[in-house]
Design a protein around this ligand. Structure first.
Ligand SMILES: Cc1cc2nc3c(=O)[nH]c(=O)nc-3n(C[C@H](O)[C@H](O)[C@H](O)COP(=O)(O)OP(=O)(O)OC[C@H]3O[C@@H](n4cnc5c(N)ncnc54)[C@H](O)[C@@H]3O)c2cc1C
Length: 393
């Protein structure tokens, strides 16, 4: 692995940093710190699109720049230092576009790929995978898509659908085969579904931080054209498995709460000389140095995973290691920030008396979800043990 960035990559970093800092200075978005996908701004996504930064690692024939995963990571690292609002195109760019390139029909590619890279209207997607009884075990989905002539009729329920209420389309996993003799991982298929289609009901779920990000989604005889099927019937589970490494390899897992880190360092730098002479300050220096070590390890893990992808290899075990490590780091960061900043860190943003710039309490409350979404810690460890270490199941 080459630990140096090229001149071209350093230039990309410089350009992105300059752009984001000018956007922050102009106040076009607020530097918050929570779930990156929840920060949705179509106008910000369009500015990125104009610079060719959406689909930067997509092939040129699909409107991308033909650059690598490392280039994309450099760009996202600079974006997420400030929590730039990439939520409008985030899911579509990371997962939907690449899946369509691999499994979609020519019509599907023509319809969606240009729209995604340009951040046009109707380009926001959510993932409709998890159900009340199917999370880690996705092959157990019970939502059905029964074929009737030129249509599929969808019935069932999804849960934890992030940004489902803002999305134009959903990427749906549903059961299409009802033959009990077929292994369950060969019974489901992937579809694109219009989130405003008759029969789709979206109900908000308010998370422990008091915020609306994910939803329950119900399907009641939703009629979708047969052309909405992506890939082959019965291949849905296999297709998803080909996508999850990309979901797990992102640097957003490390930088989701970066503004907390910045705020914490500023808080410590501004401590009084008396505080700095206490034993307590020795502990602060120790935990901050440890966080810095772990941040740098996590960052290298993310770049290493991106580099593996650029070599045309599958990063399954490395992506799992990276996600497991980085999400634990994020939880530790929020935990440490609450301990050091004390009672003041529990004051929520928008509170009447004093509104902190960074809602540390919200980040702390979001924290437990990081080691669940996109593959739980236990599931990741199973992957590392079996695929990485070759241990028996
Ligand atoms: C913030 C957030 C956003 C999300 N957004 C989306 C979204 O947009 N779309 C979507 O479809 N889903 C989404 N999810 C759902 C997420 O993918 C699931 O929560 C995750 O896959 C785990 O599934 P589950 O919650 O059903 O837990 P379960 O699978 O029921 O797991 C419960 C516990 O059992 C453990 N466990 C399960 N299987 C094993 C095993 N084989 N070995 C050892 N331990 C095991 C798990 O680690 C966990 O601790 C989101 C979740 C969160 C928290």
């Amino acid at each position: 692995m080459d630990f140096e960035f090229t001149e071209e990559q350093n230039e990309l970093r410089r350009q992105v940093r300059e752009f984001v800092e000018s956007e922050v200075a102009a106040g076009t978005f607020e530097v918050t710190s929570k779930a990156i996908v929840a920060e949705v701004s179509k106008s910000f996504s369009r500015k990125m699109a104009q610079r060719g930064w959406i689909g930067i690692n997509w092939p040129k024939e699909y409107g991308g720049q033909g650059k690598g995963q490392v280039d994309k990571m450099i760009m996202l690292e600079e974006m997420y230092r400030y929590q730039a609002p990439t939520g409008y195109h985030f899911m579509a760019e990371r997962q939907i576009g690449p899946a369509l390139m691999k499994f979609g029909t020519e019509e599907q590619k023509k319809e969606f790929l240009p729209r995604i890279v340009k951040a046009e209207d109707g380009a926001m997607f959510c993932l409709l995978f998890s159900e009340p009884d199917a999370g880690s075990d996705l092959a157990a989905v019970a939502t059905t898509a029964g074929k009737e002539g030129d249509f599929y009729i969808v019935n069932g329920q999804k849960v934890w659908t992030s940004e489902g209420h803002l999305s134009d389309y959903g990427w749906l996993l549903a059961k299409t085969s009802f033959d009990e003799s077929i292994p369950k991982h060969q019974t489901c298929s992937e579809f694109i579904i219009d989130m405003k289609a008759p029969g789709v009901t979206i109900r908000p779920l308010i998370n422990i931080a008091g915020e609306h990000s994910f939803n329950e989604v119900f399907f009641d005889n939703v009629k979708i054209p047969a052309t909405s099927l992506v890939g082959k019937e019965g291949d849905g589970f296999k297709q998803i498995m080909a996508q999850v490494d990309y979901e797990r390899s992102g640097i957003e897992r490390l930088l989701q709460n970066y503004p907390v880190y910045t705020a914490l360092r500023k808080y410590i730098a501004e401590m009084t000389p008396e505080d700095r002479h206490s034993d307590y300050y020795g502990w602060i220096k120790d935990v901050m140095a440890q966080l810095e070590i772990e941040f740098n390890v996590g960052r290298l893990m993310c770049y290493n995973t991106a580099w593996i992808i650029d070599q045309g290899k599958k990063p399954t075990s490395q992506a799992a290691i990276s996600k497991a490590f980085c999400t634990r780091y994020e939880q530790k960061l929020n935990d440490t920030a609450m301990k050091i900043m004390g009672p003041s860190s529990t004051i929520r943003k928008g509170s009447e008396t004093l509104s902190p710039a960074i809602d540390v309490a919200a980040c702390y409350l979001w924290g437990p979800s990081y080691t669940l979404q996109g593959g739980s810690m236990e599931v990741l460890k199973n992957i590392i043990a079996q695929r990485g270490l070759g241990l028996p199941r």
